[in-house]
Design a protein around this ligand. Sequence first.
Ligand code: ADP
Length: 397
Amino acid sequence: MPNVLVINAGSSSIKYQLIDPLAEHRLASGVIERIGEDRGALRHRSGDDEIERALRIADHRAGFAALTEAFADAGLPLDRLDVAVVGHRVVQGGSEFLAPTLVDDTVAARIAALSELAPLHNPGHHQAIVAARAAFPGVPHVAVFDTAFHQSMPESAYTYAIDTATARAHGVRRYGFHGISHEVVSRRAARLLGRPVRELRQVVLHLGNGASVCAVDRGRSIDTSMGMTPLEGLVMGTRSGDIDPGALLHLSRAGIDADALDELLNKRSGLLGLAGSNDMRDVRAAALGGDPAARLALSVYVRRIRHYLGAYLLELGGADAVVFTAGVGENNAWLRGEVCAELGWFGIEIDPSRNDDPADGARIISSDDSRVAVLVVPTDEEAEIARQSWALVSAPR
Ligand code: ADP
Protein backbone atom coordinates (compact mmCIF):
# COMPACT_ATOMS: atom_id res chain seq x y z
CA MET A 1 0.00 0.00 0.00
CA PRO A 2 1.41 3.41 -0.90
CA ASN A 3 1.50 6.00 1.88
CA VAL A 4 1.79 9.77 1.83
CA LEU A 5 3.88 11.69 4.35
CA VAL A 6 1.98 14.96 4.83
CA ILE A 7 4.01 17.92 6.09
CA ASN A 8 2.53 21.13 7.51
CA ALA A 9 5.53 23.19 8.54
CA GLY A 10 6.14 26.66 9.91
CA SER A 11 9.38 28.46 10.60
CA SER A 12 9.74 26.79 14.02
CA SER A 13 7.54 23.69 13.77
CA ILE A 14 6.80 20.64 11.64
CA LYS A 15 3.46 18.86 11.93
CA TYR A 16 3.27 15.57 10.07
CA GLN A 17 0.98 12.66 9.35
CA LEU A 18 1.51 9.42 7.49
CA ILE A 19 -1.67 8.61 5.57
CA ASP A 20 -2.82 5.75 3.36
CA PRO A 21 -4.62 7.82 0.72
CA LEU A 22 -6.70 4.99 -0.69
CA ALA A 23 -8.15 3.82 2.63
CA GLU A 24 -8.13 7.42 4.01
CA HIS A 25 -6.39 5.88 7.01
CA ARG A 26 -3.93 7.65 9.32
CA LEU A 27 -0.99 5.45 10.37
CA ALA A 28 0.96 7.97 12.44
CA SER A 29 1.10 11.64 13.31
CA GLY A 30 3.33 13.98 15.22
CA VAL A 31 4.64 17.45 15.82
CA ILE A 32 8.10 18.91 16.24
CA GLU A 33 8.15 22.25 18.00
CA ARG A 34 10.54 25.07 18.86
CA ILE A 35 12.99 24.32 16.07
CA GLY A 36 16.09 26.48 16.51
CA GLU A 37 15.47 27.05 20.22
CA ASP A 38 17.34 25.45 23.10
CA ARG A 39 14.40 23.38 24.27
CA GLY A 40 12.72 21.72 21.32
CA ALA A 41 10.13 18.96 21.58
CA LEU A 42 8.83 16.05 19.56
CA ARG A 43 5.55 14.17 20.02
CA HIS A 44 4.88 11.14 17.86
CA ARG A 45 1.84 8.91 17.87
CA SER A 46 1.10 5.70 16.01
CA GLY A 47 -1.83 3.56 17.08
CA ASP A 48 -1.95 3.69 20.86
CA ASP A 49 1.78 4.35 21.21
CA GLU A 50 3.04 7.81 21.95
CA ILE A 51 6.63 9.04 22.08
CA GLU A 52 7.42 12.37 23.72
CA ARG A 53 10.91 13.77 23.91
CA ALA A 54 12.59 17.03 24.72
CA LEU A 55 15.59 17.67 22.50
CA ARG A 56 17.38 20.49 20.79
CA ILE A 57 16.48 20.64 17.10
CA ALA A 58 18.81 23.03 15.34
CA ASP A 59 16.96 23.38 12.05
CA HIS A 60 14.40 21.74 9.75
CA ARG A 61 16.96 19.24 8.50
CA ALA A 62 17.51 18.06 12.09
CA GLY A 63 13.73 18.02 12.46
CA PHE A 64 13.36 15.47 9.65
CA ALA A 65 16.14 13.35 11.16
CA ALA A 66 14.25 13.36 14.49
CA LEU A 67 11.02 12.47 12.68
CA THR A 68 12.68 9.52 10.92
CA GLU A 69 14.12 8.33 14.22
CA ALA A 70 10.71 8.57 15.94
CA PHE A 71 9.14 6.31 13.30
CA ALA A 72 11.97 3.78 13.79
CA ASP A 73 11.69 3.90 17.59
CA ALA A 74 7.94 3.34 17.34
CA GLY A 75 8.69 0.11 15.45
CA LEU A 76 7.52 1.41 12.06
CA PRO A 77 10.67 2.56 10.24
CA LEU A 78 9.81 4.81 7.29
CA ASP A 79 11.91 2.78 4.86
CA ARG A 80 9.54 -0.13 5.42
CA LEU A 81 6.35 1.94 5.09
CA ASP A 82 6.30 2.52 1.34
CA VAL A 83 6.31 6.34 1.45
CA ALA A 84 5.34 7.00 -2.17
CA VAL A 85 5.15 10.79 -1.99
CA VAL A 86 5.68 13.67 0.44
CA GLY A 87 2.83 16.23 0.36
CA HIS A 88 3.57 19.74 1.63
CA ARG A 89 0.93 22.23 2.71
CA VAL A 90 1.73 25.70 1.35
CA VAL A 91 -0.41 28.65 2.44
CA GLN A 92 0.30 31.09 -0.39
CA GLY A 93 0.51 30.02 -4.03
CA GLY A 94 -0.17 33.48 -5.49
CA SER A 95 -1.82 33.71 -8.91
CA GLU A 96 0.48 31.12 -10.47
CA PHE A 97 -0.22 27.85 -8.65
CA LEU A 98 -3.67 26.65 -9.70
CA ALA A 99 -3.35 23.03 -8.58
CA PRO A 100 -1.11 20.65 -6.62
CA THR A 101 2.37 20.89 -8.13
CA LEU A 102 5.37 18.58 -8.28
CA VAL A 103 8.24 20.33 -6.48
CA ASP A 104 11.50 20.85 -8.36
CA ASP A 105 14.15 23.52 -7.73
CA THR A 106 12.20 26.13 -9.70
CA VAL A 107 8.93 25.48 -7.87
CA ALA A 108 10.72 25.59 -4.51
CA ALA A 109 12.26 28.94 -5.47
CA ARG A 110 8.84 30.32 -6.53
CA ILE A 111 7.35 29.27 -3.16
CA ALA A 112 10.20 31.15 -1.45
CA ALA A 113 9.62 34.20 -3.65
CA LEU A 114 5.93 34.26 -2.66
CA SER A 115 7.08 34.94 0.93
CA GLU A 116 6.58 38.60 0.08
CA LEU A 117 2.82 37.93 0.09
CA ALA A 118 2.89 35.54 3.08
CA PRO A 119 5.82 36.51 5.31
CA LEU A 120 4.52 34.44 8.24
CA HIS A 121 4.03 31.22 6.30
CA ASN A 122 5.97 30.68 3.08
CA PRO A 123 9.50 31.05 4.53
CA GLY A 124 8.85 28.12 6.90
CA HIS A 125 7.26 26.06 4.11
CA HIS A 126 10.29 26.67 1.93
CA GLN A 127 12.78 25.70 4.67
CA ALA A 128 10.83 22.48 5.25
CA ILE A 129 10.63 21.66 1.54
CA VAL A 130 14.39 22.05 1.12
CA ALA A 131 15.09 19.90 4.19
CA ALA A 132 12.49 17.25 3.30
CA ARG A 133 13.80 16.90 -0.26
CA ALA A 134 17.27 16.29 1.20
CA ALA A 135 15.90 13.82 3.78
CA PHE A 136 13.70 11.92 1.30
CA PRO A 137 15.47 12.28 -2.05
CA GLY A 138 14.06 9.15 -3.68
CA VAL A 139 10.37 10.16 -3.76
CA PRO A 140 8.38 12.93 -5.42
CA HIS A 141 7.42 15.96 -3.32
CA VAL A 142 4.13 17.74 -4.02
CA ALA A 143 3.09 21.23 -2.89
CA VAL A 144 -0.63 21.62 -2.12
CA PHE A 145 -1.71 25.25 -1.86
CA ASP A 146 -4.36 26.79 0.40
CA THR A 147 -5.03 29.40 -2.29
CA ALA A 148 -5.35 27.05 -5.30
CA PHE A 149 -9.02 26.11 -4.78
CA HIS A 150 -9.96 29.81 -5.01
CA GLN A 151 -8.16 30.42 -8.30
CA SER A 152 -11.51 29.69 -9.96
CA MET A 153 -12.97 32.92 -8.53
CA PRO A 154 -14.08 35.32 -11.27
CA GLU A 155 -12.05 38.48 -11.72
CA SER A 156 -14.89 40.54 -10.25
CA ALA A 157 -14.63 38.55 -6.99
CA TYR A 158 -10.87 38.84 -6.57
CA THR A 159 -10.34 42.44 -7.68
CA TYR A 160 -10.08 45.26 -5.14
CA ALA A 161 -11.27 48.61 -6.50
CA ILE A 162 -7.98 50.46 -6.17
CA ASP A 163 -5.68 51.88 -8.84
CA THR A 164 -4.91 48.96 -11.15
CA ALA A 165 -1.21 49.70 -11.69
CA THR A 166 -0.54 49.96 -7.95
CA ALA A 167 -2.47 46.76 -7.26
CA ARG A 168 -0.55 44.86 -9.97
CA ALA A 169 2.84 46.17 -8.85
CA HIS A 170 2.27 44.86 -5.32
CA GLY A 171 0.20 41.72 -5.93
CA VAL A 172 -2.80 43.33 -4.22
CA ARG A 173 -5.83 41.16 -5.01
CA ARG A 174 -7.90 38.58 -3.18
CA TYR A 175 -6.38 35.09 -3.08
CA GLY A 176 -8.53 33.39 -0.43
CA PHE A 177 -7.30 30.75 2.04
CA HIS A 178 -8.52 27.55 3.77
CA GLY A 179 -8.95 26.20 0.23
CA ILE A 180 -7.82 22.68 1.16
CA SER A 181 -10.49 22.59 3.88
CA HIS A 182 -13.25 24.09 1.71
CA GLU A 183 -12.47 21.54 -0.99
CA VAL A 184 -12.46 18.43 1.21
CA VAL A 185 -15.52 19.55 3.16
CA SER A 186 -17.56 20.31 0.03
CA ARG A 187 -16.63 16.91 -1.46
CA ARG A 188 -17.51 15.07 1.75
CA ALA A 189 -20.79 17.01 2.04
CA ALA A 190 -21.71 15.84 -1.46
CA ARG A 191 -20.81 12.28 -0.49
CA LEU A 192 -23.06 12.52 2.58
CA LEU A 193 -25.93 13.80 0.42
CA GLY A 194 -25.31 11.02 -2.10
CA ARG A 195 -25.00 13.49 -4.98
CA PRO A 196 -22.08 14.48 -7.24
CA VAL A 197 -20.36 17.66 -6.09
CA ARG A 198 -20.68 19.06 -9.64
CA GLU A 199 -24.45 19.28 -9.15
CA LEU A 200 -24.41 21.17 -5.85
CA ARG A 201 -24.30 24.80 -4.77
CA GLN A 202 -22.86 24.99 -1.27
CA VAL A 203 -21.95 27.62 1.30
CA VAL A 204 -19.13 26.22 3.45
CA LEU A 205 -18.53 27.87 6.83
CA HIS A 206 -15.05 27.04 8.18
CA LEU A 207 -15.23 28.35 11.75
CA GLY A 208 -12.06 27.62 13.73
CA ASN A 209 -9.54 29.97 15.26
CA GLY A 210 -9.14 31.23 11.72
CA ALA A 211 -12.48 31.42 9.92
CA SER A 212 -13.74 31.86 6.39
CA VAL A 213 -16.80 31.28 4.23
CA CYS A 214 -16.71 29.92 0.71
CA ALA A 215 -19.36 29.87 -2.03
CA VAL A 216 -18.77 26.55 -3.80
CA ASP A 217 -20.58 26.36 -7.12
CA ARG A 218 -20.59 22.81 -8.48
CA GLY A 219 -17.25 22.00 -6.88
CA ARG A 220 -15.56 25.33 -7.71
CA SER A 221 -14.95 28.29 -5.41
CA ILE A 222 -16.63 31.41 -6.81
CA ASP A 223 -16.10 33.63 -3.77
CA THR A 224 -14.57 33.49 -0.32
CA SER A 225 -14.32 35.83 2.64
CA MET A 226 -10.54 35.88 3.15
CA GLY A 227 -8.71 38.16 0.78
CA MET A 228 -5.15 39.15 -0.01
CA THR A 229 -4.26 37.86 3.46
CA PRO A 230 -6.11 35.64 5.95
CA LEU A 231 -7.23 38.78 7.79
CA GLU A 232 -10.28 39.76 5.74
CA GLY A 233 -13.82 38.55 6.33
CA LEU A 234 -15.25 36.92 9.45
CA VAL A 235 -14.56 37.75 13.08
CA MET A 236 -11.94 35.17 14.17
CA GLY A 237 -10.29 34.06 17.42
CA THR A 238 -7.75 36.89 17.41
CA ARG A 239 -8.20 38.50 13.96
CA SER A 240 -10.52 41.39 13.22
CA GLY A 241 -11.89 40.33 9.84
CA ASP A 242 -13.48 43.17 7.84
CA ILE A 243 -12.69 46.71 8.94
CA ASP A 244 -12.89 50.00 7.09
CA PRO A 245 -9.42 50.64 5.58
CA GLY A 246 -10.00 54.26 6.61
CA ALA A 247 -9.85 53.15 10.25
CA LEU A 248 -6.31 51.87 9.64
CA LEU A 249 -5.30 55.18 8.07
CA HIS A 250 -6.75 56.94 11.09
CA LEU A 251 -4.79 54.71 13.50
CA SER A 252 -1.65 55.07 11.44
CA ARG A 253 -1.90 58.87 11.54
CA ALA A 254 -2.43 58.58 15.29
CA GLY A 255 1.09 57.07 15.46
CA ILE A 256 0.44 53.32 15.44
CA ASP A 257 2.99 51.98 12.95
CA ALA A 258 2.63 49.06 10.52
CA ASP A 259 4.07 46.41 12.87
CA ALA A 260 1.84 47.53 15.74
CA LEU A 261 -1.22 47.53 13.45
CA ASP A 262 -0.27 44.05 12.27
CA GLU A 263 -0.11 42.85 15.86
CA LEU A 264 -3.39 44.60 16.76
CA LEU A 265 -5.39 43.19 13.83
CA ASN A 266 -3.90 39.68 13.79
CA LYS A 267 -3.26 38.96 17.46
CA ARG A 268 -5.37 41.26 19.66
CA SER A 269 -8.66 41.52 17.81
CA GLY A 270 -11.59 39.24 17.05
CA LEU A 271 -13.17 37.42 20.01
CA LEU A 272 -10.05 38.12 22.07
CA GLY A 273 -10.21 41.86 21.43
CA LEU A 274 -13.92 42.11 22.18
CA ALA A 275 -14.36 39.60 24.98
CA GLY A 276 -10.91 38.83 26.40
CA SER A 277 -10.59 35.23 25.14
CA ASN A 278 -10.07 33.75 21.70
CA ASP A 279 -11.68 30.47 22.77
CA MET A 280 -15.35 30.29 21.79
CA ARG A 281 -16.11 28.07 24.79
CA ASP A 282 -14.91 30.78 27.23
CA VAL A 283 -16.75 33.54 25.41
CA ARG A 284 -19.99 31.55 25.37
CA ALA A 285 -19.66 30.71 29.09
CA ALA A 286 -19.04 34.38 29.91
CA ALA A 287 -22.05 35.45 27.82
CA LEU A 288 -24.25 32.90 29.61
CA GLY A 289 -22.99 34.38 32.89
CA GLY A 290 -24.26 37.80 31.74
CA ASP A 291 -20.98 39.44 30.66
CA PRO A 292 -22.04 42.25 28.28
CA ALA A 293 -18.71 42.28 26.39
CA ALA A 294 -18.98 38.56 25.65
CA ARG A 295 -22.60 38.97 24.52
CA LEU A 296 -21.63 41.75 22.16
CA ALA A 297 -18.71 39.70 20.81
CA LEU A 298 -21.05 36.81 19.97
CA SER A 299 -23.56 39.14 18.29
CA VAL A 300 -20.84 40.67 16.12
CA TYR A 301 -19.48 37.20 15.31
CA VAL A 302 -22.88 35.82 14.26
CA ARG A 303 -23.93 38.95 12.36
CA ARG A 304 -20.77 38.83 10.23
CA ILE A 305 -21.32 35.16 9.35
CA ARG A 306 -24.93 35.87 8.34
CA HIS A 307 -23.79 38.82 6.25
CA TYR A 308 -21.60 36.51 4.15
CA LEU A 309 -24.12 33.67 4.14
CA GLY A 310 -26.74 36.03 2.69
CA ALA A 311 -24.33 37.39 0.09
CA TYR A 312 -23.25 33.93 -1.05
CA LEU A 313 -26.83 32.64 -1.27
CA LEU A 314 -27.39 35.47 -3.78
CA GLU A 315 -24.15 34.80 -5.66
CA LEU A 316 -24.97 31.10 -5.97
CA GLY A 317 -28.59 31.81 -6.95
CA GLY A 318 -29.75 29.71 -4.00
CA ALA A 319 -28.04 26.77 -2.35
CA ASP A 320 -28.43 23.04 -1.93
CA ALA A 321 -26.35 22.88 1.23
CA VAL A 322 -24.96 25.02 4.04
CA VAL A 323 -22.04 23.21 5.66
CA PHE A 324 -20.44 23.88 9.06
CA THR A 325 -16.88 22.77 9.78
CA ALA A 326 -13.77 23.32 12.02
CA GLY A 327 -13.63 23.67 15.84
CA VAL A 328 -16.59 26.02 16.33
CA GLY A 329 -18.61 24.85 13.33
CA GLU A 330 -18.31 21.17 14.27
CA ASN A 331 -18.88 21.53 18.01
CA ASN A 332 -21.02 24.52 18.82
CA ALA A 333 -24.71 23.74 18.26
CA TRP A 334 -25.85 27.05 19.73
CA LEU A 335 -23.81 28.99 17.18
CA ARG A 336 -25.16 26.91 14.28
CA GLY A 337 -28.68 27.60 15.52
CA GLU A 338 -28.03 31.36 15.68
CA VAL A 339 -26.51 31.45 12.18
CA CYS A 340 -29.54 29.65 10.72
CA ALA A 341 -32.22 31.35 12.86
CA GLU A 342 -35.28 32.57 10.96
CA LEU A 343 -33.99 31.63 7.53
CA GLY A 344 -37.11 29.64 6.63
CA TRP A 345 -37.71 32.27 3.97
CA PHE A 346 -34.53 31.01 2.24
CA GLY A 347 -35.55 27.39 2.71
CA ILE A 348 -33.05 26.86 5.54
CA GLU A 349 -34.44 25.13 8.62
CA ILE A 350 -32.48 23.36 11.33
CA ASP A 351 -33.96 20.46 13.30
CA PRO A 352 -33.11 21.39 16.92
CA SER A 353 -32.73 17.82 18.17
CA ARG A 354 -30.47 16.86 15.25
CA ASN A 355 -28.46 20.03 15.81
CA ASP A 356 -28.04 19.32 19.55
CA ASP A 357 -27.03 15.68 19.05
CA PRO A 358 -23.36 15.59 20.12
CA ALA A 359 -22.38 13.05 17.41
CA ASP A 360 -18.99 13.76 15.89
CA GLY A 361 -19.08 12.45 12.32
CA ALA A 362 -20.49 14.04 9.16
CA ARG A 363 -24.23 14.52 9.66
CA ILE A 364 -27.36 16.30 8.49
CA ILE A 365 -28.90 18.72 10.99
CA SER A 366 -31.68 20.28 8.89
CA SER A 367 -35.31 19.25 9.19
CA ASP A 368 -36.81 16.92 6.59
CA ASP A 369 -38.77 19.90 5.17
CA SER A 370 -35.75 22.17 4.78
CA ARG A 371 -35.19 22.89 1.07
CA VAL A 372 -31.51 23.54 1.80
CA ALA A 373 -29.64 20.75 3.59
CA VAL A 374 -27.68 21.96 6.62
CA LEU A 375 -24.69 19.74 7.41
CA VAL A 376 -21.88 19.36 9.89
CA VAL A 377 -18.81 17.88 8.17
CA PRO A 378 -15.50 17.52 10.04
CA THR A 379 -12.61 18.99 8.08
CA ASP A 380 -9.49 16.94 7.39
CA GLU A 381 -6.89 19.00 5.57
CA GLU A 382 -4.15 16.37 5.93
CA ALA A 383 -6.30 13.66 4.31
CA GLU A 384 -7.02 16.05 1.43
CA ILE A 385 -3.31 16.87 0.99
CA ALA A 386 -2.62 13.11 0.92
CA ARG A 387 -5.40 12.53 -1.62
CA GLN A 388 -4.27 15.35 -3.93
CA SER A 389 -0.58 14.44 -3.68
CA TRP A 390 -1.26 10.79 -4.44
CA ALA A 391 -3.65 11.68 -7.29
CA LEU A 392 -0.94 13.81 -8.91
CA VAL A 393 1.85 11.22 -8.77
CA SER A 394 -0.30 8.20 -9.59
CA ALA A 395 -2.13 9.75 -12.56
CA PRO A 396 -1.23 8.17 -15.90
CA ARG A 397 0.96 10.48 -17.96
P1 ADP B 1 -7.61 26.17 14.33
O1 ADP B 1 -8.02 27.23 13.36
O2 ADP B 1 -6.54 26.60 15.28
O3 ADP B 1 -7.41 24.79 13.72
P2 ADP B 1 -9.94 24.93 15.51
O4 ADP B 1 -10.60 24.49 14.26
O5 ADP B 1 -9.39 23.90 16.44
O6 ADP B 1 -8.89 26.06 15.28
O7 ADP B 1 -11.06 25.77 16.34
C1 ADP B 1 -10.78 26.36 17.57
C2 ADP B 1 -12.11 26.91 18.13
O8 ADP B 1 -13.05 25.83 18.21
C3 ADP B 1 -12.02 27.52 19.50
O9 ADP B 1 -12.73 28.75 19.53
C4 ADP B 1 -12.72 26.51 20.39
O10 ADP B 1 -13.42 27.15 21.43
C5 ADP B 1 -13.70 25.87 19.46
N1 ADP B 1 -14.00 24.51 19.92
C6 ADP B 1 -13.17 23.45 19.85
N2 ADP B 1 -13.77 22.37 20.43
C7 ADP B 1 -14.97 22.78 20.88
C8 ADP B 1 -16.06 22.14 21.58
N3 ADP B 1 -16.02 20.85 21.92
N4 ADP B 1 -17.15 22.90 21.85
C9 ADP B 1 -17.21 24.19 21.48
N5 ADP B 1 -16.21 24.86 20.85
C10 ADP B 1 -15.12 24.16 20.55
